[in-house]
Design a protein around this ligand. Sequence first.
Ligand SMILES: Cc1ncc(COP(=O)(O)O)c(C=O)c1O
Length: 424
Amino acid sequence: MEFSDFGKKLTESSGILSLMDDLGRPLPEGVTPCPLGGGNPARIKEVEALYEERMRNMLESKEFLSVICSYDAPQGRMAFIRSLASYFSRRYGWPITEENIAVTSGSQMSMFFLFNLFAGKFGSKEKHILFPLMPEYVGYADQGIERNMMRSVPSRLEYYDDHTFKYILDKDAISRYLESHEDVGAIAFSRPTNPSGNVLRDDEVLFLSKEAEKYSLPLIIDNAYGLPFPSIIFSDANMMWNENIVLSMSLSKIGLPSIRTGIIIANKNIIEALSNINAIVSLTAGSFGQALAGELIASGELERVSRCVVMPYYKKKSEKCQNYIREYFEGTDYYYHRSEGSIFIWLYLPSLKISAIEFYQKLKEKGVVTVPGEYSFYGSEQQLNGGVYPHPHYDKCLRLNYSTDDESVRNGIRLISMLYRQYS
Ligand SMILES: Cc1ncc(COP(=O)(O)O)c(C=O)c1O
């Protein structure tokens, strides 16, 4: 049996595969698990109560059976799409209609479709996706059907005197890159950013939007953690959309990761293309998440619970996690990225004597599961030539998901700090 080039490309080892693998693999016997890897959101009882009540109503009214018995259109469930269009145009004043929205089986799939729509082979030419601020989400790195489809610009750094830092867009480097490369098919980034918890400032998004427009490129914004739901964003950030922006949203981080529902807001041509791809790849996305959450979005309830419960919940969890870091890393050489959004804290350990991947393996032996930073640095010419990513943080960072129970977070951070002392 032999796999095609497509088969080989999508089955070889990848950062996202080992990360998802960690979620299901048992740890060594006798260790207390501290699950700080993966991307599972927290279970928040107010959010779960909304879904339970909605589910009860669906069952009582027989809506449940009508939802599960038929396929929706390739674009998605039209009642859901219409109510989203009216909600977003009312809420943000965007000039959108039902022709501007498509639904996919999760934002991971949305990004796969979008990246391969705008980059890859164009006859005899090749185009790439440009990530303007590395490090970025590990889950994008291997999504190209063609090899080496991703390109990136390393972030600039700003350090502060409270052991924190922030990744900043290198505007000059991005302008220079776009000026000298005709092979960019789209610009993409996550905001809030997985893995760092960074939130690009409004002026940075505006800059990227202008650059994208200048070169007639789509600007893909992955808003999986952003506004208006799940609203895991602690900095001042505003939403932006125009005909050139492709906004990706998800129901995963607002408590429904297993139901696999992604939402794309974009211009009509892109929506039509995504609907056609949906039809070929999966006929249509699953209806259930759309039926369950549709009314809650339209009534503003999901936005309210996101703003009043979910955001404060994660903010508090993030602050606790930062306190544990300050307590246990006291006296060591450590930094972490300012926590501006998402469900992760990104630790930078400058004195680490082994690579982050080796450090992560040693941590796993002690029951602490994290994500090593190397996987989140991709898309440099140096890597294509066998080198490492040109960023001082490349092999010195760990991503910690702080949404698990406090005791696991505290114990995990304690063990990480002990091992850091040993390996620095
Ligand atoms: C930035 C970002 N985008 C997309 C995804 C994929 O999420 P889903 O496919 O569940 O919508 C994740 C998951 O962790 C993520 O962190």
